[in-house]
Ligand binder design. Structure first.
Ligand SMILES: [Zn+2]
Length: 488
């Protein structure tokens, strides 16, 4: 008899400092899939679900993808939205019960109005539903803020080890493999969690660079000890005012919790000893502009305060304003401005005029006027086949207008917030990235996977906003105490 495995997930990174809530509309306009649709979307994607599908494609197992919802990172999820997703997930599960095992795809930094530890909540509901005998194994984002409830509700969780997250498919395979081994009685899964009293700045979370490069290498060394099956270090997502915000370590062992705890403590001490190195440099836009002249071009300027992948609105114009004021460098920037897109629908092409852009600049909402011509109107759909952060294949920016200034700068205006995870965002619309001196991307590390092949120089720019680099600028009421860098 084939062993039946249900696959499901609710995936959201919620920024509690964003005033706009995330609603059902955001999930419906993002990803809200049941059954076969999940297979179709992710089978070949560089996404953890793709890796899970690949591993379970064997005669002795039957994979049953039942429910998967994901929305672009944003504000906390409304109670109604979470309730609807939770109920749909449970309804779909009912249809396929009984199952032998479950694969889960939480993000690990989801916050809903009703349940602040949203992932802990639905995972614990799942555990209550199927009981302790059915193993639950899954993946987490490297930015997960992991709660004890998430860990006690599952048998094993494996988080991404690369940022940008180009290893999502690999981690999906790793999680599925652990479940297969457990169901074949080859291992006894047992996991421990340590919440480290350190919150790591997003600016220092590039895993190919120090200090994270050595941290992950250290974890690899630790894995060589005895019965250790998996080690995950969650660097954490600082823009969530929840108790579990911060860095954490999960160690999964083959029935050896003492050894797992010993290793988790070793990694915790490693981080504590180096905590100062996890504070960012925080370079302001005024300090970055003078560096462009002598830098090899195109220069990638990462807009840290408007990190769409961290809940940023996608319409911070601080860097654009500074580049326009300087005037020397043709640049590319993508800005979320549905109103401008609507206005431009009736505009003549290739005629210069004053175009109004609505955005924010750290001092509030602003109208910015730019002298430019409309060059293209599109539906904003594009595809990405390569391994890129997020692991998505199909992108939908909504109706999109592309305008060009007199010095050759190109501004892409979209009707949906779209994180800059793919160079296809330019190439699919015949925009050649190398024609610019500067490319502005609204992110911190994630866009590097897409832009490193064309941008020899990269600067992370400390701009204001809901994802600004200095987390100590936000007011937290629920975070754990002590937590570095809030407490020294
Ligand atoms: Zn992440």
């Amino acid at each position: 008899m084939k062993k039946r495995i249900a696959l499901m997930g609710i995936y959201h990174e919620s920024n509690t400092f964003v005033p706009q809530k995330t609603t059902l509309e955001h999930f419906m306009g993002g990803r809200y899939y049941k059954g076969k649709k999940i297979y179709k979307e992710y089978q070949n994607a560089h996404h953890e679900i793709g890796g899970m599908i690949e591993m379970l494609d064997r005669d002795d197992f039957e994979l049953l993808p039942i429910f998967y919802a994901e929305a672009t990172p944003g504000g906390p999820i409304t109670s109604d939205t979470y309730e609807k997703m939770r109920q749909d997930l449970m309804k779909e599960l009912e249809k396929v019960l009984p199952v032998d095992g479950i694969l889960v795809v939480p993000h690990g930094a989801g916050v809903s109005d009703i349940h602040r530890d949203m992932d802990g909540h639905w995972l614990s509901e799942l555990r209550n539903k199927v009981g302790l005998e059915i193993p639950i194994v899954g993946t987490l984002d490297l930015h997960a803020n992991v709660s004890p409830l998430m860990v006690s509700s599952t048998d094993a969780l494996v988080s991404y080890r690369q940022n940008p997250h180009v290893d999502q498919r690999q981690r999906g395979r790793e999680a599925a493999n652990l479940l297969i081994k457990r169901l074949n009685h080859e291992v006894a899964l047992s996991q421990v969690l340590i919440q480290v009293p350190v919150a790591i700045s997003i600016e220092q979370q590039l895993t190919a660079s120090e200090p994270c490069k050595s941290l992950y290498a250290f974890a690899e060394e630790c894995k060589k000890e005895g019965n250790i099956l998996s080690i995950s270090i969650q660097l954490g997502f600082p823009y969530a005012d929840v108790e579990e915000m911060g860095t954490s370590v999960i160690v999964v062992s083959d029935g050896d919790p003492d050894l797992a705890m010993e290793i988790a403590q070793k990694i915790e001490n490693y981080i504590l000893d180096r905590k100062q190195s996890f504070v960012g440099e925080m370079l302001d836009v005024t300090a970055v502009i003078p560096k462009i002249e002598k830098s090899e071009k195109p220069v990638l300027l990462l807009d840290m305060g408007d990190n769409i992948g961290g809940g940023g609105p996608g319409n911070n114009i601080c860097i654009m304003e500074a580049l326009e004021k300087d005037g020397r460098y043709p640049y590319f920037v993508c800005i979320y401005d549905p109103e401008a897109v609507l206005t431009l629908q009736n505009q003549n092409r290739n005629e210069f005029s004053e175009i109004q852009i609505t955005g924010v600049n750290g001092r509030g909402s602003v109208q910015y006027t730019i002298h430019a011509k409309l060059v293209q109107l599109t539906d904003g759909n594009f595809h990405e086949e390569s391994p890129r952060h997020g692991g998505q294949v199909n992108y939908k920016m909504g109706n999109t207008a592309i305008v060009e200034t007199q010095n050759g700068s190109v501004i892409m205006l979209t009707s949906k917030r779209t994180p800059p995870f793919s160079l296809q965002q330019l190439m699919a619309f015949e925009i050649d990235p190398v024609q610019f001196d500067v490319i502005v991307a609204k992110g911190v590390n994630a866009p590097i996977a897409a832009y490193a092949p064309v941008c020899p120089t990269v600067y992370q720019v400390n701009t204001p906003g809901v994802t600004q680099a200095d987390m100590t600028m936000f007011n937290f009421d629920h975070r754990r105490i002590p937590l570095f860098p809030f407490e020294k």
